[in-house]
Write a protein that binds this ligand. Structure first.
Ligand SMILES: Nc1ncnc2c1ncn2[C@@H]1O[C@H](COP(=O)(O)OP(=O)(O)OP(=O)(O)O)[C@@H](O)[C@H]1O
Length: 819
C-alpha cells in the first residue's frame, strides 16, 4: 500500500517539480545575466542537447503506447506520467532548438531531477512487483537522461576553461532581433526573452552622449537598450529601470483613481469566474432539461444574468473600459507634461545633436507606455489566468486527459505562431522601413516643391516615388502573406484540439462518466480556451512595439541636463551689468577648442563689440555668457558672481538677446512680441514696436497686430523678423543686452533708422554686440577683435585704426568694398 502510494506520488511529482524548476532557474539565469554569459553552451554543442531531449521524448512515447489501453479506464498515474512527460519534453526540445545558448544550470538541473525521480520510480516498481516490468521500465528514460545530465553537468563545471564566450549575435533581444532588419543567417534566432549582450557600460546617458542622427530608428533604440541591458545584468534588471515611470502610471496621489484601479482588478477576477459560470450554467440547463423534461426557469434566468454581467458592452467589460480610459487619460496627461518639461530643461548640447523629429517622437511615446501597461494588466495577466483556469476546468469537466489535449493544442499553437512570427517580424520591419521611405519622399517632395519646380525635376521625383511605392507593395504583401500563414496554423491547431476534445467528451458520455451538459459546457466554453492564445500571440507583437516605444521614452528620460545649477545656486540679485571673462577656454564636444584663454571686462553700462571673421567664435561667447554651454576652463562672472553658481532662470532673466536668425512662433505678431514679457499691455507692445521701427509696417498689414506670421515667421522678411526680435528685447527691459548681428538682415536705410532705437535700448545697459558691418560698431566703448578663438585686439574705434592691425585691415577692406 505504502509502496504503491509512493509510486503514484513519484509519477505525479515529476512534471510538478520539473516545471517550477525550469521556470525558476530560467528566471535566475536571466536575472544573473553575467553568470549565464560566462557559461554558455555553444550552438554546435546545443544540437546534441536537442537530440538527447528528443530521445527522452521518444522513450516516454514508447512507454505511453504500452499504457494506451488504459486510456478508456479511470485515469492511471503511469499513463498520466508518460503523457505529461511527453508534453514536457516536446516543449523542452522545441525550446532547446530555438534558444541560442542554453544555460547548463537549467538543463543539468532538469535532467538530474528527472533522472533521480525515474531511478526512484524504477526502484519502487521493483519493490511493488518484485521484478522490473518492461512496460514500466524507467531504464528507457534513464539512459538518455543520464547522457543529457552528464553533458550539461560537464558543461557547467568545465565551460569556463573550455568554451569561448557567447558571441554577441548569439544572444537575442527581448524586443526581437537587435539588428533591426537583418535576417539571421545562422538559424540561431532567439533565446527566449533574452536581451543581447553588449560591450558598453553606459547606463545613464548624458545629454552630450546621445549620438543618433537617424530620424526613425528602432535600431538605435535597440543599441542603447543593449547597453543598458549589459549594465543592468539581465532583462529583469533592465525592466527595473522603467520604475521611473511609476509616478506617471500609478496614481499615487489620486485616491479616486486608486479606487478605480482596485475596482478594475476586482472586475478582472470576477470576469474570470463569470467565464466559467456562464457556459457551466448552460450545461446545467441542458442536463435539467434532459433529466426532468421541464423548463428550469431559475437556471435560465441565472444564465442570462451571467451573460449580461460578462458581456463587454453592458457588463463588467463596460465598467472596465471606462476605468481604463480614465486611467489612461490621466497617465497620458502626466507623461506628456513630464516629458516636454524634461526636454525643455535639457541643454543646447542635447538639442544641437538630436533631430527634433526624433525627440518629438520620443515625447509622444507616452502612449506606448500606456499601451504597455494596458497590455500587461488588462490583456496578458487575465489571458494567462484564463489559460491556467481552462486547463483546470476541462479536467474538472472530464479528466486529466482533456487537459493534456488542451496542452498539446497550446504547444502546437504557440510554436507555429512563434516560428512564423520570426519571419513575419523581419518582413514587418522591412515593410515599415519602406513605408517610412515613402512618407519621407512624399514629405521631402512637398517641402521642396519650389526647388523641384525651379529645376524642373518633377519627373525625376515621380520616378523615385514610383520605385519606392513598388518596393513598399512587395514588402507589405510578403508581410500580409506571413500573417495569413500564422492565422492558418493557429486555426488548424484550434480545430484539431476541439475535435480531439469533443471525441474524448463523447466517449466519456457514452461510458457514463460525463453528462451531455458537460459537452455543451465545453463547446460553449471553447472560446475562453482559445481566445487567450490569440490574445497572447496577437498582443505579443503589440507588446514588442509598445516596449520599443517605451524604451525610447525611457532613454529620453534618462538623459540628464548637461547644464545644471549647483545645489547651492542662488538667484542673481539685481544685476548692475559688470561682466568678466576670466581666461575662458571652450571646446564643443569632440572638437578642437573654439575659444582660447579669453579674458575681458565690461563695466556696467558699457558697450562691447565683437568683430572678426566668420567662425572665429563670437556667437560662442554669447552662448557661454547665457550658459547654454559650460566653459571648459576659466570662468565668467556677472557682478563678481560666477555664473555657474547662480540659478539658470535668474541668469537668463538678465539678458535681452537678439539672435542672428530670429525665429518666431506661428501665431500673431502681438503674441510674438509679447513673448518678451508676458504681462505687457497692448500699448507697451506697440511702444516696443515703435522703438524697433516696425510699428507702421505692422499697421499696414490687413490684420495689423493680429496678423499671423506663419511657421517660424516665414510670412515676414528677415529684417522684419529681426525688428520684432528687437521689440521683444525692448519689452523685456533686461540689464544686459546681447545683439548678435541684430541688424544684418536690414537694408542700410532701415539699419540707420533703427540705430537710434538701439542706442535708446542700450543706454544704461551693458551691451555686447556682434557685427560684421563695422560701421555699426564705431560708437562702441570697446571693440574686441576675435581671431581663431583668441582676442587679438581691444580698444576704441580710433585707437584700433591707429594701431593699423587686424581691425584696420577689416575696416579698410569694408571701405574698399563699400566704394
Ligand atoms: N553646436 C556646435 N557644435 C560644434 N561646433 C560648433 C557649434 N556651434 C558652432 N560651432 C563651431 O564653433 C566655431 C565658432 O562658431 P561661432 O558661431 O561662435 O562663430 P562666429 O564667430 O559667431 O561666426 P559667424 O560670424 O559666422 O556667426 C565654428 O567653427 C563653428 O563651426
Amino acid at each position: 500500500m505504502t509502496t504503491s502510494f509512493a509510486l503514484a506520488a513519484l509519477n505525479y511529482a515529476t512534471p510538478v517539480l520539473l516545471v517550477p524548476y525550469f521556470i525558476g532557474t530560467t528566471i535566475f539565469t536571466q536575472y544573473n545575466f553575467h553568470f549565464d554569459k560566462r557559461k554558455p553552451i555553444t550552438t554546435r554543442r546545443k544540437a546534441s542537447l536537442v537530440v538527447l531531449s528528443l530521445l527522452i521524448t521518444l522513450s516516454y512515447l514508447a512507454q505511453a503506447l504500452q499504457y494506451l489501453p488504459r486510456l478508456s479506464t479511470t485515469p492511471d498515474y503511469s499513463l498520466i506520467h508518460s503523457i505529461s512527460q511527453i508534453l514536457l519534453w516536446i516543449s523542452f526540445s522545441l525550446i532547446l532548438s530555438e534558444i541560442s545558448s542554453p544555460s547548463p544550470l537549467v538543463w543539468a538541473g532538469i535532467s538530474f531531477l528527472n533522472l533521480l525521480l525515474e531511478v526512484f520510480i524504477c526502484a519502487f516498481t521493483f519493490l511493488e512487483h518484485g521484478r522490473l516490468n518492461i512496460t514500466s521500465l524507467s531504464l528507457f528514460h534513464i539512459f538518455p537522461l543520464l547522457a543529457l545530465f552528464s553533458f550539461t553537468f560537464l558543461a557547467l563545471i568545465l565551460l569556463r576553461a573550455d568554451y569561448p564566450a557567447a558571441s554577441e549575435e548569439e544572444v537575442q533581444s527581448l524586443l526581437g532581433r537587435n539588428s533591426a532588419s537583418a535576417p539571421s543567417t545562422t538559424g540561431r534566432d532567439t533565446q527566449y526573452n533574452t536581451l543581447p549582450s553588449y560591450d558598453g557600460d553606459n547606463d545613464n546617458k548624458s545629454e552630450s552622449g546621445s549620438t543618433s542622427d537617424s530620424d526613425d530608428d528602432d535600431e538605435e533604440v535597440c543599441r542603447l537598450q543593449k547597453e543598458r541591458l549589459e549594465s543592468a545584468g539581465g532583462w529583469i534588471g533592465y525592466l527595473k529601470a522603467f520604475k521611473i515611470f511609476i509616478p506617471y502610471v500609478f496614481p499615487m496621489k489620486n485616491r479616486r483613481l486608486q479606487l478605480y484601479l482596485v475596482v478594475l482588478l476586482i472586475n478582472i477576477i470576477l470576469q474570470r469566474a463569470l467565464k466559467i459560470l456562464h457556459p457551466r450554467q448552460l450545461g446545467i440547463i441542458i442536463d435539467k432539461l434532459w433529466e426532468h423534461g421541464r423548463i428550469p426557469w431559475g437556471d435560465i434566468f441565472l444564465w442570462s444574468v451571467y451573460a449580461i454581467a460578462s458581456s463587454n458592452s453592458c457588463g463588467l467589460g463596460a465598467v472596465n473600459e471606462m476605468i481604463e480610459n480614465r486611467l489612461a487619460s490621466w497617465s497620458r496627461q502626466e507623461l506628456n507634461y513630464a516629458s516636454l518639461d524634461h526636454v525643455m530643461s535639457l541643454s543646447m548640447s542635447f538639442h544641437d545633436q538630436k533631430d527634433s523629429g526624433e525627440v518629438i517622437k520620443a515625447i509622444e511615446q507616452g502612449e506606448c507606455l500606456n499601451e504597455l501597461l494596458r497590455l500587461l494588466v488588462v490583456d496578458f495577466m487575465p489571458a494567462g489566468l484564463d489559460v491556467a483556469i481552462s486547463l483546470w476546468f476541462v479536467m474538472f469537466l472530464f479528466d486529466v486527459y482533456a487537459t493534456f489535449i488542451v496542452l498539446g493544442m497550446m504547444i502546437i499553437f504557440i510554436y507555429a505562431t512563434y516560428k512564423i512570427s520570426l519571419l513575419a517580424n523581419v518582413a514587418r520591419r522591412v515593410s515599415s522601413q519602406k513605408e517610412r521611405d515613402e512618407s519621407k519622399l512624399v514629405y521631402e517632395s512637398v517641402g521642396n516643391w519650389f526647388t523641384i519646380s525651379c529645376f524642373n525635376q518633377k519627373k525625376y521625383t515621380m520616378s523615385r516615388l514610383s520605385r519606392v511605392l513598388g518596393e513598399r507593395t512587395i514588402a507589405s504583401l510578403r508581410n500580409d502573406d506571413l500573417y495569413t500563414y500564422i492565422y492558418f496554423f493557429q486555426e488548424t491547431a484550434e480545430h484539431i484540439g476541439q475535435l480531439c476534445l469533443t471525441i474524448l467528451a463523447a466517449h466519456r458520455i457514452i461510458t457514463g462518466r460525463s453528462s451531455v451538459g458537460d459537452l455543451v459546457t465545453l463547446e460553449s466554453y471553447w472560446q475562453t480556451i482559445t481566445l487567450p492564445l490569440y490574445t497572447l500571440s496577437h498582443d505579443y507583437r503589440r507588446l514588442n512595439s509598445a516596449l520599443i516605444g517605451a524604451e525610447r521614452l525611457l532613454q529620453l528620460f534618462q538623459v540628464t541636463p548637461a547644464i545644471q545649477a549647483s545645489l547651492s545656486a542662488q538667484s542673481l540679485p539685481e544685476v548692475k551689468g559688470a561682466v568678466t571673462f576670466k581666461d575662458v577656454t571652450f571646446a564643443y564636444e569632440g572638437r578642437e577648442p573654439t575659444l582660447h584663454g579669453i579674458s575681458l571686462t565690461a563695466e556696467p553700462g558699457q558697450s562691447i563689440a565683437f568683430v572678426g571673421e566668420t567662425g572665429s567664435g563670437k556667437s560662442t561667447l554669447f552662448k557661454l555668457l547665457m550658459r547654454f554651454y559650460d566653459v571648459t576652463s576659466g570662468s565668467i562672472e556677472i557682478d563678481g558672481q560666477n555664473i555657474s553658481n547662480v540659478t539658470l532662470t535668474s541668469l537668463r532673466e538678465s539678458f535681452g538677446f537678439v539672435p542672428q536668425d530670429s525665429v518666431l512662433f506661428n501665431t500673431s505678431i502681438l503674441e510674438n512680441v509679447r513673448y518678451g514679457r508676458l504681462n505687457a499691455t497692448d500699448e507697451e507692445v506697440h511702444s516696443a514696436c515703435k522703438a524697433a521701427s516696425i510699428h507702421s509696417k505692422i499697421m499696414s498689414l490687413p490684420r495689423g497686430y493680429a496678423s499671423e506670421v506663419g511657421e517660424r515667421g516665414v510670412k515676414l522678411s528677415g529684417g522684419e523678423r529681426q525688428r520684432i526680435a528687437i521689440a521683444r528685447v525692448f519689452l523685456k527691459d533686461a540689464p544686459i543686452v546681447l545683439l548678435d548681428e541684430a541688424t544684418s538682415a536690414m537694408d542700410s536705410e532701415t539699419e540707420s533708422r533703427i540705430q537710434d532705437a538701439l542706442r535708446a535700448l542700450t543706454r544704461g545697459r551693458t551691451t555686447f554686440l556682434i557685427a560684421h558691418r563695422l560701421s555699426t560698431v564705431v560708437e562702441a566703448d570697446k571693440i574686441v577683435v576675435v581671431h581663431e578663438g583668441r582676442v587679438v585686439e581691444v580698444g576704441g574705434h580710433e585707437e584700433l585704426l591707429q594701431r593699423r592691425g587686424r581691425y584696420f585691415d577689416l575696416w579698410m577692406r569694408q571701405g574698399v568694398i563699400a566704394k
